[in-house]
Design a protein around this ligand. Structure first.
Ligand SMILES: [Fe+2]
Ligand SMILES: [Fe+2]
Length: 166
């Protein structure tokens, strides 16, 4: 059984994962409109992954006899800048999510800590992936050909509408 304090914190993290999905979907829309279908497809996949993360919290709260409270999801910014700025914002976001996961360990019982370990590991991977993209975008600078090659590479093998978790 979850303490009420843990229940509240896990619900808040679930809300943050849904907000992440929302943010990345908004970024996907931005890239699609800006002529970067590959970056858009990458963001769509990312949004689907965040949805899966949110559902892991959803199920864990229920499995532990807690109450799921969805709450409201923060609206992402409607406008974004260059690809570099968008991915820098994504990296900042992932870092704040990692810090939030770390904070959940405080006062967590063993089962919750074990559940959180998957997310702690996942965050290392996500931060590294996005940091790598940011680094490549810095190198590409304002070179159109370099940006188009990156767009093609990031979008390779990603169908436009991947089913969640695919
Ligand atoms: Fe996540
Ligand atoms: Fe993430």
């Amino acid at each position: 059984m979850l303490s009420s304090q843990q229940e509240t914190k896990l619900n808040e993290q679930m809300r943050l994962e849904f907000a992440s999905a929302h943010l990345y979907l908004q970024m996907a829309a931005h890239f699609d409109a800006a002529g970067f279908p590959g970056f858009s497809a990458w963001m769509r996949d990312q949004a689907a992954e965040e949805q899966v993360h949110a559902m892991k919290f959803f199920d864990f709260i229920l499995d532990r006899g807690g109450a799921v409270v969805l709450g409201s999801v923060d609206a992402p910014p409607a406008r974004f800048g260059s690809p570099l700025e968008v991915f820098e914002a994504a990296l900042d976001h992932e870092r704040s999510v990692s810090a939030s996961i770390d904070g959940l360990y405080e006062g967590a019982d063993r089962a919750t800590a074990a559940f959180l370990d998957w997310f702690a590991t996942e965050q290392v991977e996500e931060e590294a992936t996005v940091a790598q993209i940011v680094e490549s975008l810095r190198l590409a600078g304002s070179s159109g050909p370099a940006l188009l090659i990156m767009d093609r590479d990031l979008g390779a093998d990603r169908p436009r509408s991947a089913p969640p978790g695919a």
